[in-house]
Design a protein around this ligand. Structure first.
Ligand code: GLU
Length: 422
C-alpha cells in the first residue's frame, strides 16, 4: 500500500487526503485489509460528454463520479464544474466526504462528481445541456438509496433542478435523488447557507477555546466569496465578528475597521465582484492569507496554504471552509507554530449535514422549519467539535485534524467490519 505518514511536497490531492488517513490508521492501529480498502475507492466512473454548443460546435469534456466508501450508507457528495476537476481531485474530494459524513455522524458514505470544464465560458442553455447529459451518463450509479449528489463549486440549486428533472424522466419523480434543490422542488430551508453557517459555528467553538473574547474583538479574513465564503462572512458579521478582508477570483479588499457586509453584498450584486468596494484597500488573494488577523477562513479552492506561505500565516485560527485548502506539509508547519486548524471535514460539514436533513424531509414527505433545521445543525456540529476535543485530550499532542480523521476512520471501519468488507 502506498500510504505515507511522512510529509513531503508535491503530493497529489488524493495522496494528501490519504496522508491524513494514514495518520488516523496508525492511531487506530488498523489492519492491512482495512488500510487497503479505505486508501482506495470503490467505484470510479469516467464518461465522455459531448454537448452541442449554441453556435452548433461541440464541447467535449470528461465527467466523473467517484464513490469512495459506502459502508455507513448511500454514497453522498457534491458535483463540481471546474477545469481542475480531474480524476485525482475527484477521488480526493470523494474520500473527504467519507470522513466528513462519518465525523458528523450522518448515515452516508462518500462520493464526489466532477465535470472538467470552465463553466464561466458556457451559456445557461449550454450548462443545462451539459448537466442533463452528465446525469444521463452517470444515472445508472445514482439512486436515492445509492448515491445522492449535491452542489459544489460552480453548481447550485438550478443545477440540481436539471439533475432531478433529467433523472425523473427515466426513473420517475424522485426528489431525494439530489440535495441542495430549490425549496419549490423539495429543498430544505437553510441548505443554501448551511456550509457557511457551519463554518461560523465551528469558528465560535475554536474562538472560545482559544479565549479570544467577544466576537467584536475578533478579526476575520475570508478568502472566497462564493456560496461558502459569502454566507460565512454574512453570518459571522451578524454575530458581531469584525470581517476585515474578503476576496473573490478577481482579487480582494481590506478594511481594517471592518467591512459592512450588507453593503458589500449589494456592491457584488451590482458589479459582480468584491473588488472596488468603496472605502477599501485592494489586497491580492495571496496577501489576504497572510494578513495579521485572528481568524483566517480559506473558502475558495484547494491547496492555498502550502510550504510557500505557511510560515507567513499570522492568524491564530484557520477554519477550513474550502475542501483541502492546506497541504500536509503546510498543516505540519501551522501545527508547529501553534496555529489551530479547524479541518475541512469538520468546518465545512454543515452543508452535507443539512443535505442529510433535506433527504430525511423528502423521505418523510414533510418540511421542517428553518429554526428546526438550524437547531439540529448546531447540535450536530458542536457535538462533532466537542468529540474531536475529547479525543485530543485522550491523545497527547494530536491536532484537531488528526482527532477528526481518527474518529471518522474508526466509525467507517466499524461499519465495514460489521458488513464483512474487511
Ligand atoms: N459539496 C459539499 C461538500 O463538499 C456538500 C455535499 C453534500 O451536501 O452532499 O461537503
Amino acid at each position: 500500500m502506498n500510504l505515507d505518514t511522512t510529509v513531503r511536497d508535491g503530493m497529489t490531492p488524493f495522496e494528501a487526503v490519504n496522508h491524513f488517513f494514514a495518520r488516523a490508521a496508525e492511531i487506530n492501529q488498523l489492519g492491512d485489509a482495512a488500510i487497503e480498502v479505505l486508501a482506495g475507492t470503490y467505484r470510479e466512473l469516467r464518461v465522455q460528454l459531448a454537448v452541442r454548443r449554441d453556435d452548433g460546435s461541440r464541447l467535449i469534456c470528461n465527467g466523473y463520479r467517484v464513490q469512495h466508501n459506502g459502508a455507513r450508507g448511500p454514497y453522498k457528495g457534491g458535483i463540481r464544474f471546474h477545469p481542475e476537476a480531474d480524476i485525482e481531485e475527484v477521488r480526493a474530494l470523494a474520500s473527504l466526504m467519507t470522513w466528513k459524513t462519518a465525523l458528523v455522524d450522518v448515515p452516508f458514505g462518500g462520493a464526489k462528481g466532477g465535470v472538467q470544464v470552465d463553466p464561466s465560458r458556457l451559456s445557461e442553455p449550454e450548462l443545462e445541456r451539459l448537466t442533463r447529459r452528465y446525469t444521463d451518463q452517470i444515472g445508472s450509479v445514482l439512486g436515492p438509496q445509492r448515491d445522492i449528489p449535491a452542489p459544489d463549486m460552480n453548481t447550485n440549486a438550478q443545477t440540481m433542478s436539471w439533475i432531478l428533472d433529467q433523472y425523473g424522466r427515466k426513473y420517475g419523480h424522485t426528489p431525494q435523488i439530489v440535495t441542495g434543490k430549490p425549496i419549490a422542488l423539495g429543498g430544505s430551508y437553510g441548505r443554501t447557507e448551511a456550509t457557511g453557517r457551519g463554518v461560523v459555528m465551528t469558528m465560535d467553538e475554536a474562538v472560545s477555546d482559544a479565549g479570544l473574547g467577544d466576537p467584536s474583538e475578533v478579526s476575520v479574513a475570508v478568502q472566497g466569496f462564493g456560496n461558502v465564503g459569502s454566507w460565512a462572512a454574512r453570518i459571522a458579521a451578524e454575530e458581531g465578528y469584525r470581517i476585515v478582508a474578503v476576496s473573490d477570483i478577481e482579487g480582494g479588499i481590506h478594511v481594517p475597521g471592518g467591512i459592512n457586509i450588507d453593503q458589500l453584498v449589494a456592491h457584488v450584486a451590482d458589479t459582480g465582484t468584491v473588488t472596488g468596494f468603496p472605502g477599501s484597500d485592494a489586497v491580492s488573494n495571496e496577501s489576504l492569507l497572510e494578513l495579521d488577523v485572528d481568524v483566517l477562513i480559506p473558502a475558495a479552492i484547494g491547496e492555498v496554504i502550502t510550504t510557500e506561505n505557511a510560515d507567513r500565516i499570522q492568524a491564530r485560527i484557520v477554519v477550513e471552509g474550502a475542501n483541502h485548502p492546506t497541504t500536509p506539509v503546510a498543516d505540519r508547519i501551522l501545527g508547529d507554530r501553534g496555529i489551530t486548524v479547524v479541518p475541512d471535514i469538520l468546518a465545512n460539514a454543515g452543508g452535507v449535514t443539512v443535505s442529510y436533513y433535506e433527504w430525511v424531509q423528502n423521505n418523510q414527505e414533510m418540511r421542517w422549519s428553518l429554526e428546526d433545521v438550524n437547531r439540529r445543525l448546531e447540535a450536530k456540529l458542536r457535538r462533532a467539535y466537542q468529540q474531536c476535543r475529547e479525543f485530543q485530550s485522550g491523545h497527547e499532542g494530536l491536532s484537531l485534524r488528526e482527532a477528526g480523521f481518527s474518529l471518522a476512520v474508526a466509525r467507517v471501519v466499524e461499519a465495514a467490519e460489521l458488513r464483512g468488507y474487511i
